[in-house]
Design a protein around this ligand. Structure first.
Ligand code: NAD
Ligand code: RM4
Length: 253
C-alpha cells in the first residue's frame, strides 16, 4: 500500500506496460486515471480491474500527439479524482523500419507521439501539481533505447533518449516545487509493440540469450520500479534513471 491516498495518471494505458502499471498502482492503493487512444474495450477492462481492487478508475480517450489532449486529460482526471500526485508518461509507438527509406510520416508520427506528446503531457501534469502546492512524481517510460541504438529504430531511439533528457531538465525546473522527475529504461518487454519484430524466432532467441536473468520481460516487471519512483520511498530521487532489463544492457562481453 505504498500509494494509498495518491492519484496516479498513466498515458497509453489500455494495454501493455501502461495497463500493468495502472493496475499495479491501484493494487498499491492509488486511484487511477488512464489515457488511451483507440482501444475502448481495453481501457474499460482496465478500469473494471481497478474498481475491483476497491479504487476509483476513469478512462479518458485522446491522441497524445495533440497538445489539447494533455490539458483535457489532466482536467478530466482532476474533475473525477480531485488531484494529480503521480504522472506516468507511457504512451509510445515503434513502427520498426529501415533507415535509408524511412517514410517522412513514420518519422514525424513517432516524434509527435513519443516526444512532443510527452512534452505537453508532462507540462500539463506539472502545472496541476504546482497548483496543488505539495509536490509530485513524474515518471517517463523511456527505454534501454535511450542508451543503445537499434537498426530498425532510428526514428524511435532518439525519442527515448529525448524523453530521458526531458526528465533531466524538468527535474531541475520543478525541483523547487518538490516535483521529482525520473525515467525508467525497460529492456525488451513482451507487448504488442514488438510482437511482429519478435515473431522472428532467430531474433527472439538472440535477445533471450543476451539477458542474464534468462527471459524477456513482462509488463508486470515494470510495476515495482514504477511504484517505487511514484512513492515517498523515492523522496530524494530525481533526475535519475533505472534500467529494468534483466541485465541485458551490461551483457556485452
Ligand atoms: P503497447 O503497444 O502495448 O503500448 C503502447 C500504448 O500506447 C498502447 O496502449 C497504445 O494504444 C498507446 N498509444 C500509442 N499511440 C498513442 C497515442 N497517439 N495516444 C495515446 N496513446 C497511444 O507497447 P508497450 O511495450 O506497453 O509500450 C509502452 C511504452 O513502453 C512505450 O512508450 C514504449 O516505447 C516503452 N517501452 C517498451 C519496451 C518494450 O520492449 N515493450 C521497452 C522499452 C520501452
Ligand atoms: C524498446 C526496446 C525493445 C523493443 C521496443 C519496441 O525500447 O528497444 O527491445 O522491443 O522498444
Amino acid at each position: 500500500m505504498l500509494l494509498e491516498g495518491k492519484t496516479v495518471l498513466v498515458t497509453g494505458a489500455s494495454a501493455g506496460i501502461g495497463r500493468a502499471v495502472a493496475i499495479g498502482c491501484a493494487r498499491h492503493g492509488a486511484n487511477v486515471a488512464l489515457n488511451f487512444s483507440r482501444d475502448v474495450d481495453g481501457a474499460n477492462a482496465a478500469v473494471a480491474e481497478i474498481e475491483a481492487l476497491g479504487r476509483k478508475g476513469i478512462a479518458v480517450q485522446g491522441d497524445v500527439s495533440d497538445p489539447a489532449t494533455a490539458t483535457a486529460f489532466i482536467a478530466k482526471a482532476v474533475e473525477a479524482l480531485g488531484r494529480v500526485d503521480v504522472f506516468v508518461n507511457n504512451a509510445g509507438i515503434c513502427p520498426f523500419h529501415a533507415f535509408l527509406d524511412m517514410p517522412v510520416d513514420t518519422f514525424e508520427r513517432t516524434m509527435k507521439v513519443n516526444l512532443h506528446g510527452a512534452y505537453f503531457m508532462v507540462q500539463a501534469a506539472a502545472n496541476q501539481m504546482v497548483k496543488q502546492g505539495d509536490g509530485g512524481s513524474i515518471i517517463a517510460m523511456s527505454s534501454i533505447s535511450a542508451l543503445v541504438g537499434g537498426e530498425y529504430q532510428t526514428h524511435y531511439t532518439p525519442t527515448k533518449a529525448g524523453l530521458h533528457s526531458l526528465m533531466q531538465s524538468v527535474a531541475i525546473a520543478l525541483g523547487k516545487h518538490n516535483i521529482r522527475c525520473n525515467s525508467l529504461f525497460p529492456g525488451t518487454i513482451l507487448t504488442d509493440i514488438n510482437k511482429d519484430d519478435l515473431a522472428d524466432q532467430a531474433k527472439r532467441t538472440y535477445m533471450e540469450g543476451r539477458i542474464p536473468l534468462g527471459r524477456l520481460g513482462q509488463p508486470e516487471d515494470l510495476v515495482g520500479p514504477t511504484v517505487f519512483l511514484a512513492s515517498d520511498l523515492a523522496q530524494y530521487v530525481t533526475g535519475a534513471s533505472l534500467l529494468v532489463d534483466g541485465g541485458a544492457y551490461v551483457n556485452l562481453q
